[in-house]
Design a binder for this molecule. Structure first.
Ligand code: NIG
Ligand code: FE
Length: 419
């Protein structure tokens, strides 16, 4: 007998229906069903509709019933860009930035990512696992049911593999689904200082093939940035990754306009991320080639940089997703409420566009739009219940976590006490 779950009487069931990233006006269409219900069998959605309709079509008594009266129900949020698995912290660097140092100043002085690399190399797999479990708990409480995690705090074969293997174990142990991205080209480690091309050779010869062979990552990302990896070096790495079956992602135009957006379009990358300084031409090329823009407003906020031009991107036909970028440096925050508030107030995104950007488009940015990111027949039963009756409260209840209950694959995995 299948295990069944009925959710009924949702004041607003936000379905976000679709199996592909949405762009332009389609980002506004979030498929709201009033007084909505869901029927799940073995964690998979079998029926979606108005409560009357769904109830009339079921004969069996459900194993679990959730009464969502007065609540908005949405697909579980997908956080498609994080660097959540690292050891150590960089609170001191943050205080230096408050004083006026820039992110790149600190990196050029030998701080930044390299500091986290030192701590992560020293940490055992068990230590990283314990750290990861705690962080996933926190993300889950914000309604995140799937997260992408990047390596890149190892920068050597052993530690990169360790980071990815720990993320695979976290995926097995924790209800939050963890999608892995290899980002060995995150910074140039001390032992290769001044020899970036040789470090790229090392990654190509000694690390990437192991990652591919052991199926430790689905995606490959590069910090394509002035003073870090050039467009040419990024192209070499990503092309090799693609030939080994990994899809490309690019940290593009975060600090300066370098042509990362154009590179993502040229390579047919799945996504280009950050894009604070992406050129008009780069954005248009992304629209033409269907590259997803993963925007990270909490990073712009923490770096006191201008926000990515979400409005121009959406109006140009680029599918936009949102993510936290949770990492120890540029954005030590896994807060979805912060991302929502900034996207609404500073990026001119509408509440409906924000919902699309955190659900179906974010699912597409991790290659899972056919399985998660919307509430419709055949999809995985991942959803959240808010304290409020409508998705409009997400930006309105500014900076506050509105998530009361989280369901993953048909199981209640998080319940907050009522306020
Ligand atoms: O997305 N830009 C590169 N990577 C991260 C920062 C990582 C770190 O500072 O540890 C980012 O901003
Ligand atoms: Fe990042």
């Amino acid at each position: 007998m299948a295990k069944t779950l009925l959710l009924k009487n949702a004041s607003e069931l936000v379905t976000c229906r679709g199996h592909a990233p949405k762009c332009g006006p389609a980002m506004q269409d979030i498929g709201i069903i009033e007084d909505g219900a869901l029927w799940l069998e073995d964690g998979i959605i079998r029926k979606v509709g108005a409560t009357d309709e769904v109830l009339s079509g079921i004969a069996a008594t459900p194993d679990t019933v959730i009464d969502a009266t007065g609540r908005c129900v949405l697909p579980g949020f997908v956080d498609p860009h994080t660097h959540f698995l690292f050891a150590g912290h960089r609170a001191e660097e943050f205080s230096w930035r408050l004083r006026g140092d820039t992110y790149m100043d600190i990196m050029e002085r030998g701080g930044g990512i390299i500091n986290s690399v030192r701590a992560t190399r020293q940490a055992s797999a068990d230590e990283l696992l314990a750290i990861g479990l705690r962080r996933l708990d926190s993300m889950l409480s914000f309604g995140v049911t799937t997260v992408e995690g990047k390596s890149g705090y190892g920068l050597d074969a052993a530690t990169e593999l360790k980071q990815l293997a720990v993320m695979a174990e976290l995926d097995r142990q924790h209800p939050v689904e963890v999608v892995r991205t290899f980002m060995g080209a995150h910074a140039v480690p001390a032992e290769y200082k001044g020899r970036t091309d040789e470090f790229v050779d090392y990654l190509l010869q000694d690390v990437l093939p192991l990652v591919a062979e052991q199926r430790l990552a689905e995606f490959c990302d590069v910090f394509c940035e002035k003073g870090v990896f050039s467009v040419e070096q990024s192209r070499r790495l990503l092309t090799a990754a693609q030939s080994l079956g990994l899809q490309a992602k690019v940290h593009a135009d975060e600090i300066v306009t370098l042509g990362g957006a154009e590179l993502a379009a040229e390579l047919g990358a799945l996504s280009a991320e950050h894009l604070l300084h992406a050129s008009d031409a780069g954005i248009r090329r992304m629209a033409e080639t269907g590259v997803i823009a993963v925007l990270l407003p909490a990073t712009a906020f923490c770096l006191r940089e201008p926000y990515a031009r979400a409005r121009f991107m959406i109006d140009s036909g680029v599918p936009v997703a949102l993510a936290t970028d949770f990492n120890p440096g540029s954005c030590f925050s896994e807060s979805i409420p912060l991302v929502i508030a900034l996207a609404a107030l500073y990026m001119q995104m509408t509440p409906a566009e924000i919902v699309t950007a955190l659900t179906i488009n974010a699912a597409a940015a991790v290659g899972r739009a056919n399985r998660i990111g919307s509430l419709e027949r055949g999809k995985q039963g991942d959803f959240v219940l808010l304290d409020h009756p409508s998705h409009l409260y997400l930006p309105y209840h500014a900076g506050v976590n509105c998530v009361a209950t989280v369901v993953k694959r048909g199981e209640i995995v998080y319940e907050r006490q009522r306020r």
